[in-house]
Design a protein around this ligand. Structure first.
Ligand SMILES: Nc1ncnc2c1ncn2[C@@H]1O[C@H](COP(=O)(O)OP(=O)(O)OP(=O)(O)O)[C@@H](O)[C@H]1O
Ligand SMILES: [Mg+2]
Length: 582
C-alpha cells in the first residue's frame, strides 16, 4: 500500500510532460507538488519537504544538473530522479548521476517504469531513514548507559567516602577504647604495687620512730616449745627484741623489693609491646634455645599435657634476644596450658621457610625473604574471632581477675615485631590454636651481645670518682647515695652541659655514669662523644629505661648500657666492669 503522505515533487517547464508525470504518480496514490522552474523547485523543496524529486534536466533558468546539486546540498536524504527527453547520451546520463542524481530515466517514460523507479528510490530512502534512526537510537542508548554508569560511579564514590569516614570514626573509637584499657590496666597494676611499697615503707618509717609499731615481739616474751609454729625462724631473733625487729623490717623491705621487681617486669612487658625493649640480640638457632629451656617448659605445662617438639634439621640461625625469646615461648606455653585445663597435646615445630612475593605470604605482612618459622599448636579451647583479634592487645585477658594480666601475648607480639618477624594466630573455638612465629634468617655467625657478670654474692666496691648525670633529682640522689655507699667519690650534674663543665674543672673523674635521655638538647650519647673529645678514653656507663631512643644523627658510642630500674648489686657490678674495662 502506498503511503498517502509520501510526497513527490515533479519539476518540468513543459506543462504537458509535467502534467503527465504528476498524473501517473497521483494515480499511484502519491501526493504530488509541481514546479516549472529551478527557482520554484528549490522553493517547493523547502516548503513541501518532498520525499522524492522528479527533475527534468532542461529548465529555463538553471540547468537541472545544477538544481540537483543544490537540492542535495540543502536536503541530503532526498532522492532525485532525473528525467530528460533532450539529452540522452550515456555521457550526459553519467554526468547527471555524478552530479548527485540517484537515477535517470529517458522520456517518454512508461508509466509502469516511472512508478516502479519512484517506488525503488522511496524504498531506498525509507531504508536509509530507518538506518539513520537506528544509529541515532544506538547513540542515544550509549549516551544513556554512559550517563547511568557515571551516576552509579559517583554514587559509589560517595558511598565509599561515607564508609571511609564511618571506619575512621570506628577506628578512632576503638583506639580510644584500647588506650583507655591500657591506661586503666597500667594504673590498676601499678596502684597495687605502689600500695605494697607505700605500706612497707610507712611501717618501716613508723618502726624507726617506735619499735612497737611492728607489733609486740611475742617470741621474746613467751618462748615457744620446739616444734610449735611460733618457734620457727631465726633462733637468735627469738631471744633478742632488736633482732626480731630487724628481721621484721627485713621482711618488709623484701616485700617492697618484690613489688618493685613486679613493677619492673610490668614495664619491661609494656616496653616489649611498644617495641621499645632494649634487645640484646645474639645469633642463635632457635632449636638450641628451645632445647635449653625444654625442662622448664615441661614443668610449666604440668603432667596433663603431652608435649612434643619437632625440629627441621639444618635450621637457619636468627639474630634475636634469647632471653626475650624464652619469655615469649613461656608465655605461649602457659597460655596453651591454660587453654587445656583437662589436658591435651602441645606441639612445637620449627622449619625454614622462604617467603616469596606471591600470596598467601603477602597476607602475613612479611617482606619476601628467608625466615625461621616456629609453630606452636595446642588442642585447647581455641578462640572465637573476637578474642583472636584482640589477643595481642595489652591487658586483654579472658581470665579471671588475678589469673591473667593480659600482657603475655603483648610481649610475644612486641618481641617478634621488634626482631623483624611476624606472628599470626590460627584458631577456632573447640578446635585448638596454632601460633605461627616468623623470625628473619641471619646470615652472619658469631655473638653480638652485651654481657656482664652474673649475680655476684658481694657487691664490688671502689674508690674512684664517678660523675653521675641525671636530670631527675630523686633518681640522682639515690644513685649518688648508692654509689658513694660503695666507696666511690661521687660528683653530680643534672644535664650534659653541666657535666662537661665539671669534666673541664675536675680531671680526677674516672667514670661518667649518665642517663640517655637528658634535657638542654644534649642526650647521653652526645655527652659521651663530647666528653671523649675532651678526654679520650674516658670510661662511661649509660643507663636508661627507654634505651631504644636515639636521636637521628647521633651515633651510639661504644659504651655499656644499664637498664633501669637496676638493683644496687647490678649497679655495683656494672660500675666495676666499666672502670676495669681495658
Ligand atoms: N593458646 C590459647 N588458646 C586459647 N586462648 C588463648 C590462647 N592464648 C591466648 N589466648 C587468649 O588470649 C588472651 C590473652 O592472652 P595473654 O597471654 O596476652 O594474656 P593472659 O594469658 O590472659 O594473661 P597473662 O599471660 O598476662 O598472664 C587470653 O586471656 C586468652 O583468652
Ligand atoms: Mg598469657
Amino acid at each position: 500500500m502506498t503511503d498517502a503522505r509520501t510526497r513527490i515533487l515533479v519539476v518540468d517547464d513543459d506543462d504537458g510532460g509535467r502534467y503527465l508525470k504528476a498524473h501517473i504518480l497521483r494515480k499511484s496514490g502519491y501526493a504530488v507538488v509541481e514546479a516549472a522552474s529551478g527557482a520554484a523547485a528549490l522553493e517547493q523543496c523547502r516548503d513541501a519537504e518532498p520525499d522524492l524529486v522528479l527533475l527534468d534536466v532542461v529548465l529555463p533558468d538553471v540547468s537541472g544538473v545544477e538544481i540537483c546539486r543544490q537540492i542535495k546540498a540543502a536536503h541530503a536524504g532526498v532522492p532525485v530522479l532525473q528525467t530528460s527527453a533532450a539529452i540522452t547520451t550515456a555521457h550526459d546520463r553519467a554526468l547527471s548521476l555524478v552530479g548527485g542524481a540517484d537515477a535517470f530515466l529517458i522520456e517518454p517514460i512508461e508509466p509502469e517504469e516511472l512508478v516502479a523507479t519512484a517506488k525503488a528510490l522511496l524504498r531506498m530512502r525509507a531504508a536509509e531513514q530507518a538506518l539513520r534512526r537506528m544509529n541515532e537510537n544506538l547513540e542515544n542508548a550509549v549516551a544513556e548507559r554512559t550517563r547511568e554508569l557515571t551516576d552509579a560511579y559517583q554514587r559509589l564514590e560517595v558511598e565509599a567516602a561515607e564508609r571511609r569516614k564511618a571506619e575512621e570514626v570506628l577506628w578512632h573509637a576503638q583506639k580510644l577504647d584500647a588506650v583507655g584499657q591500657l591506661t586503666g590496666g597500667i594504673a590498676h597494676d601499678f596502684n597495687n604495687l605502689l600500695a605494697v611499697i607505700v605500706a612497707s615503707l610507712e611501717m618501716i618509717h613508723a618502726a624507726l620512730g617506735n619499735p612497737q609499731a611492728l607489733g609486740t615481739p611475742q617470741a621474746v616474751v613467751t618462748p615457744q616449745a620446739p616444734g610449735h609454729p611460733q618457734a620457727l625462724g631465726n633462733p637468735q631473733a627469738r631471744g633478742n627484741p632488736q633482732e626480731v625487729m630487724r628481721s621484721k623490717m627485713l621482711r618488709l623491705v623484701k616485700t617492697a623489693q618484690a613489688a618493685t621487681d613486679r613493677g619492673a617486669k610490668l614495664t619491661r612487658q609494656l616496653l616489649a609491646f611498644a617495641r621499645r625493649s632494649t634487645l640484646r640480640p645474639e645469633v642463635i638457632t632457635i632449636d638450641e634455645a628451645i632445647v635449653a629451656c625444654e625442662p622448664f617448659l615441661r614443668r610449666a605445662l604440668g603432667e596433663a599435657v603431652t608435649f612434643r617438639i619437632t625440629f627441621e634439621p639444618g635450621l637457619w640461625p636468627c639474630r634475636i634476644d634469647p632471653v626475650q625469646f624464652e619469655a615469649a615461648l613461656l608465655n605461649l606455653v602457659v597460655n596453651a596450658r591454660d587453654a587445656m585445663p583437662g589436658g591435651g597435646d602441645l606441639e612445637i615445630a620449627t622449619s625454614n621457610v622462604t617467603v616469596g612475593d606471591a600470596a598467601p605470604h603477602r597476607t602475613t605482612g612479611l617482606d619476601a625473604g628467608d625466615y625461621v618459622r616456629l609453630r606452636l599448636t595446642d588442642t585447647g579451647t581455641g578462640m572465637d574471632p573476637d578474642v583472636a583479634t584482640r589477643a595481642f592487645e595489652p591487658f586483654f585477658t579472658t581470665k579471671d581477675v588475678g589469673k591473667g594480666t593480659g600482657l603475655g601475648l603483648s610481649q610475644v607480639y612486641g618481641f617478634v615485631k621488634q626482631s623483624g618477624g611476624h606472628v599470626t594466630i590460627d584458631t577456632k573455638p573447640g578446635c585448638g590454636t596454632s601460633f605461627l612465629i616468623y623470625l628473619p634468617r641471619c646470615e652472619a655467625v658469631g655473638c653480638v651481645s652485651e654481657t656482664y657478670a652474673g649475680d655476684m654474692e658481694i657487691a664490688p666496691t671502689g674508690t674512684e670518682t664517678v660523675l653521675v648525670v641525671e636530670d631527675n633529682a630523686d633518681v640522682r640522689e639515690l644513685a649518688r647515695a648508692t654509689i658513694s655507699g660503695l666507696g666511690y667519690r661521687v660528683l653530680e650534674a643534672s644535664s650534659g652541659p653541666a657535666a662537661l663543665d665539671l669534666l673541664k674543672r675536675d680531671d680526677g673523674i674516672d667514670l661518667l655514669f649518665s642517663d640517655v635521655v637528658l634535657p638542654l638538647g644534649m642526650n647521653g650519647f652526645e655527652l659521651v662523644h663530647k666528653a671523649r673529645a675532651m678526654r679520650s678514653g674516658l670510661r662511661a656507663l649509660m643507663t636508661s629505661g627507654y634505651a631504644n631512643i636515639q636521636r637521628p644523627g647521633t651515633e651510639r658510642p661504644d659504651v655499656p648500657l644499664l637498664l633501669k630500674p637496676y638493683r644496687r648489686d647490678e649497679l655495683a657490678q656494672r660500675i666495676r666492669l666499666a672502670l676495669d674495662r681495658a
